[in-house]
Design a protein around this ligand. Structure first.
Ligand code: FAD
Length: 418
């Protein structure tokens, strides 16, 4: 099977890259083994909140200049501020074209409210996510009776400590009783499958209406909006005060919506989506990947001009930690890592952990290398890359989006197609 580009991994990075390549008229396939990190994420994307030394970043340009000055291996230092800004703006537009409505901008990070009642800097958030509230407003955080993946009292206590005038509330939703019978089924995504149905709209509306008359703002768990924001928009039209949604414990409704909309866009553009399959091996000859072998296609290889590795970090098994070292799972690429297991961790679990920065080493074009030798047509994007800490530096979504779109443009600019 011949393709211009085969992408290994269909999370945020793989899908954005695939969409951009399809838009450029390429013939792409995405092979993706299982759920991506999006299904477990907040749905908000981070760009760059902190430097490796813990200093907060107030401007993208100065933040990336500082990374370059300290010779950080961070992917942004390879790309440079101008490209990061360009591709971040492109990602914002691309998400909007997919139907994923966001708030936020590259140059104006916002403080989103987290489900734990803290504030966290974000680049883009789904429109339903609340910002740090005005202290003069009264806020009701509303839970659903019996739903354990969102704790309004916990969030309220934490917000109160931060000076917010907030109370915890709970509503009964008998329409969910069938799910309640099995506690493992009573999860946000399953609740959304019920509440997204137009015939069930009156249930949350009737329960929330009296509360919307008592508060200036309501926060509710993100338990609807799996494929669109219709219920959210309708409730906001009909309730007496604005309503916002907080992500719950995974699986995440906004993250699942982002995954679904990106996948739909890729397929609509003519991309070949191969879910539930995995790349198990590849042939490399003359410094190029010539064939890609998957578990389901057994003896029929994929024959691409270019390959993009978007297999994720440890979470998605793109990187594997073994007793003596960390390896990249498909090609055995060169990996940035500390020598000796004792240097992988810090005892303080809240400190930035060295292993978070482990990942594949590339050149400035994001091309991989193995045993120090470059592989000319293999690009590496997203969280399988090394040199950054998505948690401590608040840059996970931004690294995925900007490296994905940069690699797509490098492939497009190479002028090689089948
Ligand atoms: C639990 C979690 C929550 C996060 N939350 C946020 C957040 O809220 N905001 C933020 O900005 N960042 C967040 N991050 C950082 C996150 O890494 C990125 O935002 C991003 O979603 C990662 O995308 P990715 O495409 O690089 O990898 P992934 O999402 O991990 O996707 C990789 C995909 O590749 C597939 N795959 C792996 N190996 C193979 C193979 N051999 N063959 C075929 N397919 C394969 C996997 O099954 C998976 O579907 C989070 C990370 C994690 C782990």
């Amino acid at each position: 099977m011949n393709f211009d580009t085969v992408i290994i991994g269909g999370g945020l990075a793989g899908l954005l890259c695939g969409i951009r390549l399809q838009e450029q008229g390429q013939r792409c396939a995405i092979v993706s083994r299982g759920q991506s990190a999006l299904s477990f994420s907040s749905g908000s994307l981070d760009l760059l909140s902190h430097l490796p030394n813990g200093e907060p970043v107030n401007s993208l340009d100065t933040g990336i200049a500082a990374l370059q000055a300290m010779q950080s291996p961070h992917p942004y230092a390879l790309l440079g501020a101008e490209r990061v800004r360009h591709y971040a703006l492109l990602a914002q537009n691309l998400l909007a074209e997919c139907g994923f409505a966001t708030q936020g901008h590259v140059d104006t990070p916002h403080q989103r409210v987290t489900p734990l009642g803290t504030f966290r800097q974000a680049w883009l958030s789904p429109t339903e996510v609340p910002h740090k509230p005005d202290a003069s407003k009264t806020i009701g955080i509303v839970g659903i009776s019996g739903f354990l993946d969102f704790q309004p009292a916990l969030a309220a206590a934490s917000l109160r400590k931060r000076g917010v005038n907030v109370s915890a509330e709970e509503i009964e939703l008998p329409v969910l009783d069938a799910l309640r019978d099995n506690p493992s089924e009573f999860r946000a995504v399953n609740i959304a499958r019920v509440l997204d149905k137009p015939e069930n709209f009156s249930a949350p509306y009737r329960a929330l209406l009296p509360l919307s008359r008592r508060y200036d703002i309501l926060y509710f768990p993100a338990c609807f909006g799996l494929v669109n924001s219709d219920v959210f928009a309708q409730l906001n039209q009909q309730l007496s005060c604005p309503l916002f949604l907080l992500p719950t414990l995974p699986p995440s409704v906004p993250g699942t919506r982002m995954q679904t909309l990106l996948q739909q866009r890729f397929v609509r553009l003519g991309g070949t989506w191969m879910p539930g399959d995995e790349v198990v091996n590849a042939d490399i000859a003359g410094g190029r990947v010539t064939h890609v072998w998957t578990r389901k296609h057994e003896d029929i290889p994929l024959t691409p001009k270019h390959v993009v590795l978007a297999s994720g970090s440890f979470f998605s098994n793109g990187l594997i930690a073994e007793r003596t070292g960390v390896r990249e799972a498909v090609f055995g690429l060169d990996v940035l890592q500390s020598e000796g297991r004792e240097h992988w961790y810090r005892d303080d679990v809240f400190a930035a952990q060295p292993w978070q920065q482990f990942g594949v080493i590339t050149d400035r074009q994001l091309r991989a290398q193995r045993g120090g030798a470059p592989i000319e047509n293999l690009y590496v994007i997203g969280s399988v890359l090394g040199g950054f800490d998505a948690v401590a530096q608040g840059c996970g979504g931004g690294v995925c989006a900007t490296t994905a779109l940069f690699a797509a443009d490098r492939i497009g600019a190479s002028g090689e197609s089948k």
